[in-house]
Design a protein around this ligand. Structure first.
Ligand SMILES: Nc1ncnc2c1ncn2[C@@H]1O[C@H](COP(=O)(O)OP(=O)(O)O)[C@@H](O)[C@H]1O
Ligand SMILES: [Mg+2]
Length: 341
């Protein structure tokens, strides 16, 4: 855990290293500058702008922000949001750890991290008290991004945890004992409210709920919110829902905007101004073991996650987010530029 609490300056560490530069190089090689009247030219232009902007003066949290990405519904974009936000925060210059807490290991896959059964994983941390530092791996291609993978053993952990001492706070203890400096820890939860999710809720102060812009978007959320209240009451008084992110937003449908309105009237300030559009690129990236930030940096999906990350970083620092200055390609209420897929 990061304890040097007063490094509150901009993210000026020269963290974004070779990969960020080489991405920039690749992009600029592919894109002679003023060719932005074609879709590809424009996408590349956006990518260059987005990457040029990465690492640029975002406030760094004073202490590690541990964000629990939870929603007990499956398929709402938890894993996608975890890996792409984490990569965005790292490209903005932060040091970020993704903890994969879903036995499916989808976050590990999407980050290109080996997670076959023998790999030391978060299971060993939770069940055998193995130090987190022994399972964390650097993510290839994204400087400053790390992952504690999940293997299939984790499927049994839900039951094995029941009989262990301090069964709800094993992840919290592991994080506390982790000495590497980190700006963010993002925990990808399974689609259930069992002991794995409870461990995440005890370990973090912030809950980030991705909500898919579809019918029944709010269904089941009451149960998650009650669990958050219960954990706050008994195990972690700092816990709160800090962030709601609308995902798979399809601007062409009225349904999406109706759902967005409903979520905003229900939650208000917690809802990020940036929403994530439905994007083929976002759904393709994991099969290449990549986030959309490296797979297609100029796509609307990549730009939206970069923008959401910026909003989260600014909010955390108490700086007002100015949607007017949101990136051109990002999906934003005041900036509904049709994204490039
Ligand atoms: N913005 C998006 N656009 C298109 N497809 C998406 C988007 N976000 C997620 N998906 C796809 O939707 C499916 C469910 O997303 P996922 O992040 O795995 O949800 P969860 O972790 O909540 O189960 C995946 O196939 C993913 O690729
Ligand atoms: Mg998932």
């Amino acid at each position: 855990m990061r304890s040097d609490a007063n490094i509150a300056g901009p993210m000026t560490d020269p963290v974004p290293g070779p990969r960020t530069e080489s991405m920039g190089d690749d992009v600029s090689r592919e894109t002679p500058p003023p060719m932005d009247d074609t879709p590809i030219g424009r996408a590349a232009q956006l990518a260059v702008e987005a990457l040029g902007r990465a690492g640029e003066g975002l406030p760094r949290p004073e202490q590690t922000r541990v964000m629990v990405v939870a929603n007990q519904k499956g398929g709402v974009g938890k894993t996608t949001t975890t890996v792409n936000l984490a990569a965005s925060l790292a490209l903005h210059g932060g040091r970020v750890l993704v903890i994969d807490l879903d036995p499916q290991g989808n976050a590990s896959t999407a980050l290109g991290i080996d997670h076959h059964a023998e790999v030391p994983s978060i299971y060993d941390v939770l069940i055998d008290s193995r130090p987190l530092s022994e399972v964390v791996q650097p993510v290839p291609d994204v400087e400053g991004l790390f992952c504690a993978p999940a293997t299939i053993d984790l499927a049994g952990a839900e039951i094995e945890l029941v009989s262990l001492v301090a069964r709800e706070s094993r992840l919290e203890r592991a994080i506390q004992a982790y000495e590497q400096p980190l700006d963010y820890i993002l925990i990808d939860c399974p689609p259930s409210l069992g002991l794995l999710t409870v461990n995440a809720l005890v370990a973090g102060a912030e809950v980030l709920i991705p909500i898919q812009c579809e019918y029944y978007a709010l269904e089941g959320l009451g149960q998650l919110l009650r669990n958050v209240d219960l954990v706050r009451g008994h195990l972690n008084r700092d816990l709160h829902v800090s962030t709601i992110l609308l995902t798979m937003y399809d601007g062409r449908t009225r349904l999406a905007s109706q759902v967005a309105d409903e979520v905003r009237s229900h939650f208000g300030e917690e809802v990020l101004r940036t929403s994530i559009p439905r994007s083929v690129r976002i759904s393709e990236a994991p099969s290449y073991g990549q986030t959309v930030l490296t797979y297609d940096p100029g796509s609307s999906g990549a730009l939206s996650y970069l923008e959401a990350a910026r909003e989260i970083a600014l909010r955390g620092a108490g700086v007002a987010y100015d949607a007017q200055h949101a990136h051109m390609g990002a999906h934003n209420e005041q900036n509904m530029v049709e994204g490039i897929q």
